[in-house]
Design a protein around this ligand. Sequence first.
Ligand code: 2AL
Length: 244
Amino acid sequence: MRIRIINPNTTPSMTETIGAAARAVAAPGTEIVAVTSGAGAVSIEGHYDEAMSIVGLIDAINQDPKADAYVIACFGDPGLLAAREIALGPVLGIAEAAMHVASFLATGFSVVTTLERTRVIAEHLVRNYGMEHHCRKVRATNIPVLELENPASEARALILRECERAISEDKSGAIVLGCAGMADLVRHLEKKLGVPVIDGVAAAVKFAEALVGLGLRTSKKGDLAYPLHKPYKGALSAYAPPAR
Ligand code: 2AL
């Protein structure tokens, strides 16, 4: 099967990290195609960045409409339901996948994310996904997303410290990493912390394999049916949904 993983930010080095994390867990016979969005912010760190990322995400899905499944590799899960409207194969968001995995492994988990302003985005997702009973806290580290790409930064140490606080103060039994750019930290953190550490990229790949293996696809009845055919105006005229 072919899983198309879209990094909705426009930084190719982060896509490399994401692709490596996906390939490390993919089953033999699963082809991972990791692509970088062609439009939008170099890092997604707020509501505006997220909104602006969705056109590039939709382009990246439309470039391979026959992929067996898609993963949106940004912790805000931007455009998840819009992507499900246009895709037939299952579409997984990494926040959604990671939170579900964590809920299987511990009665309570904490999310450790990047900037303070992205904490609210993760908190909204916790509520949207019905995870209030499982998520004890969302913790920000105040690390800008692109600092995760800088080997000289103190990001690793700050993330480790925040994870330790999550375990001692929140009494959480598992950690969810709140950014796709943290995907390469899992083993290091797990060894130091002694609790499950969940990267959403890996989690989403395994859920995608499971759903495709079960022969399941996105529902095309109701609100996830293909978007209604109608004209779009201005800069988005090329995105008008076609007649199907
Ligand atoms: C993210 C992410 O996963 N990629 C990105 O650019 N921004 N999310 C986050 N909370 O920092």
